[in-house]
Design a protein around this ligand. Structure first.
Ligand SMILES: NC(=O)c1ccc[n+]([C@@H]2O[C@H](COP(=O)([O-])OP(=O)(O)OC[C@H]3O[C@@H](n4cnc5c(N)ncnc54)[C@H](OP(=O)(O)O)[C@@H]3O)[C@@H](O)[C@H]2O)c1
Length: 248
C-alpha cells in the first residue's frame, strides 16, 4: 500500500497511537495530529521505528477545535491524496455544573472536543480525500448508545447523525464514512486519574468476554474499515465493547 496516506487525530496516545501503528504496519504513511508537540514527535518516532520505516509518521501539532490551526495539517498533506481520516481526538471533559455558566462551558467543551475536532479535520481534508476509495472514520463511544457521560454522551451521539449525513454526501464518490464506538478501553489517557479499582472491575463485569478493551482492539476495527475489503460498509456504527451493549 505504499503511497497511501492516513491522518489520525489524537495519534500520540491510547487508541489513536495504536491505530496509527496498525495503519503504519499496513504500509500507510501517517500524519498524527494532537496538541502536545513533544508527545506527538515521540509517538511518530516510535511508530516509524516499529514499522521499519523511520520516516513513515509525521507529527503535526494543532488544536483541532480551532479553525485557524487546521492550516498546518492541510500543508503537511500537500498535494497528496488522503486515503483515510481517523477522527479519534476527543474525550470526556468535566466542569462545574453548579451554575448555568458552568453547564454551558462543559457542554461547549465536550461538543468542541468530540464533534468540532472531527468536523473541522474532515472538512479541511475533504477536497484531498481519495476518490474513489477514501475512508472517513469517527471514534464515538458506548456512551453515545447507552448514556452515562452527560454532555460527552450527547457529543458522541451527535457524531452518528453527522456520519449518516456525510456518508450520503460522499457515497457517490465511493468514499465511505463509518463510526467505531468503543466500550471500556484501559491503558489510555481517557480516564486520567478518574478511574478507581471498583470502576475498572465494574466495567469489566459489564462485558461478556470478561476483560477490559485494549487500544489494539479498537485499532483492529479501524484497520478493517480503512481497508479495501470494507468498501461496501458505509454509514454504520460498529460497537467494539466486549458485549457490554448488544446489537447496536
Ligand atoms: N478509553 C476509553 O474507554 C474510550 C471509550 C470510548 C470512546 N473513547 C474515545 O476514543 C478516543 C480516543 O481516546 P483514548 O481512550 O485513546 O484517550 P486519550 O489517550 O486521552 O486520547 C485522546 C487524544 O486526543 C487528543 N486530543 C484531544 N483534544 C484534542 C484537540 N482539541 N485537538 C487535537 N487533539 C486532541 C489528545 O492529545 P492532546 O491532549 O495532546 O491534544 C489525545 O492524544 C476519544 O475520542 C475517546 O472519547 C475512549
Amino acid at each position: 500500500m505504499t503511497g497511501r496516506l492516513a491522518v489520525v487525530s489524537g495519534g500520540a496516545t491510547g487508541i489513536g497511537a495504536a491505530t496509527a501503528a496498525a495503519l503504519a504496519e499496513d504500509g500507510y504513511d501517517i500524519i498524527v495530529v494532537g496538541r502536545r508537540a513533544d508527545l506527538l514527535k515521540e509517538a511518530a518516532d516510535r511508530i516509524g521505528a516499529g514499522c521499519g520505516r523511520p520516516d513513515a509518521v509525521e507529527a503535526v501539532a494543532a488544536d483541532l477545535t480551532d479553525p485557524a490551526q487546521l492550516a498546518p495539517v492541510v500543508a503537511a498533506v500537500g498535494d497528496r491524496r488522503v486515503d483515510v481520516v481517523v477522527n479519534n481526538a476527543g474525550g470526556y471533559l468535566g466542569g462545574d455544573q453548579s451554575t448555568l455558566e458552568g453547564v454551558a462551558a462543559q457542554w461547549r467543551a465536550n461538543l468542541d472536543s468530540n464533534v468540532l475536532t472531527a468536523v473541522l479535520l474532515t472538512e479541511a481534508l475533504r477536497p484531498a480525500l481519495r476518490r474513489p476509495g477514501g475512508r472517513v472514520i469517527l471514534l464515538s463511544s458506548i456512551a453515545a448508545l447507552r448514556g452515562g457521560g452527560g454532555p460527552y454522551s450527547a457529543a458522541k451521539a451527535a457524531l452518528h447523525g453527522w456520519a449518516y449525513d456525510l456518508a450520503q454526501q460522499l457515497g457517490p464518490e465511493e468514499i465511505t464514512v463509518n463510526v467505531v464506538a468503543p466500550g471500556y478501553v484501559a491503558d489510555t489517557e481517557f480516564f486520567d486519574g478518574r478511574m478507581t479499582p471498583e470502576g475498572h472491575q465494574r466495567r469489566i463485569d459489564a462485558t461478556l468476554v470478561g476483560r477490559a478493551g485494549e487500544p489494539a482492539d479498537i485499532a483492529a476495527a479501524v484497520r478493517y474499515l480503512a481497508g479495501p475489503s470494507a468498501g461496501y460498509v458505509t454509514g454504520q456504527v460498529l460497537g467494539v465493547n466486549g458485549g457490554s451493549v448488544l446489537g447496536r
